[in-house]
Design a binder for this molecule. Structure first.
Ligand code: CP
Length: 312
């Protein structure tokens, strides 16, 4: 594997999960694999989990880590070819990606969707710009349309807590005051396409995700009905995809409660707004897996780094 930019880069999910769990059991088993190697983490947006877990993963493999908050500290990048750069942008992705490649062996990028221009967001200008012009492998730490490191961590967490041949898994939209991207939901759905599970998505009218991603998955607009007898309920807000980037609904009846959760395990990628997305009783209860999900981010990232280093 050269790059890890999408769930599509996973060739065998059960094997990946098994290997990640083995890394979790012995995180420093490959301590010399990354000797003399450097990863550069470029953040165009904020992060807690992704930043620290990817650093921890690299450290576990003996790598050096460089981190840059590119969004606030880097030059404004240009992505179009042939542009007369006499406006706001100062450096072209062509130079930036090649220069970064000279300083590291792997580059990891976080660059969220703008939520104002669907065409540009889906073109993944930042991630694809680095993929095109960098001479080192590229990892997606959440792009406009995907968060494959989160989804891999979620697959590990599901595997650790699942006792059934075919569990019922629900992805439920929840309210949020701000417009949020679709990346986490998209990658979770793509990952669920690779699972043996009864998978249902529930959201209000107007919140249908990209149908190319949700195809063949049942959509239920009655959240309570969708959650009945669930084994796992993954809660996430996303803004409208059809009315791109808009907040159409803030109905607090969609907040996840203990009553709707029933006996299911609760999942969320974090950060989460308490008593808006999910009530305290759920987050503080024994069925919440959110801290373990965040912990598993390290082993998802470590597996990806290990595969890339072994491929070099
Ligand atoms: N879940 C996740 O990606 O968290 P951060 O945005 O804090 O990295």
């Amino acid at each position: 594997m050269k790059n890890y930019v999408s769930i599509k880069n996973i060739d065998d999910l059960p094997k990946w999960v098994e290997e990640a769990r083995s890394l979790k059991a012995n995180p420093t088993a490959h301590k010399t694999l990354g000797d003399g190697k450097t990863i550069c983490l470029l953040f165009f947006n904020n992060s807690l989990r992704t930043r620290l877990s990817t650093q921890k993963a690299a450290i576990n493999l003996g790598m050096e880590v460089m981190v840059m908050n590119f969004g606030s500290e880097g030059w404004a990048l240009e992505y179009e070819d042939g542009t007369v750069m006499d406006q706001g942008t100062s450096e072209h992705i062509k130079e930036a990606a090649q220069v970064v490649s000279q300083f590291c062996d792997i580059v990891a990028i976080r660059a969220f969707a703008s939520l104002s221009d669907k065409v540009k967001d889906e073109a993944e200008l930042v991630l694809n710009g680095f993929k095109k012009y960098a001479s080192v492998p590229v990892i997606n730490m959440e792009s406009s349309v995907g968060h494959p490191l989160q989804a891999l961590a979620d697959a590990i967490t599901l595997d650790e807590h699942n006792a059934k041949e075919r569990p019922k898994v629900v992805l439920s939209w929840a309210p949020h005051p701000k417009a949020l991207p679709h990346a986490v939901a998209n990658s979770f759905i793509e990952m669920m396409h690779l699972q043996h599970a009864d998978f249902v998505i529930t959201h209000p009218e107007g919140y249908a995700l990209n149908q190319a991603i949700t195809q063949n998955i049942p959509i239920e607009h009655d959240q309570k009905k969708a959650c009945e007898n669930a084994d796992f309920i993954y809660v996430k807000n996303w803004s409208s995809y059809t009315d791109y980037g808009k907040v159409l609904n803030q109905d607090s009846n969609w907040m996840m409660t203990s009553e709707k959760l029933g006996k299911a395990k609760f999942m969320h990628c974090l950060p989460v707004r308490r008593n808006v997305v999910v009530e305290d009783a759920v987050l503080d209860g024994k069925q919440s897996m959110v801290i373990e999900q965040a912990n598993n981010r390290t082993y998802a990232a470590q597996l990806v780094l290990k595969k890339i280093l072994q491929n070099k």
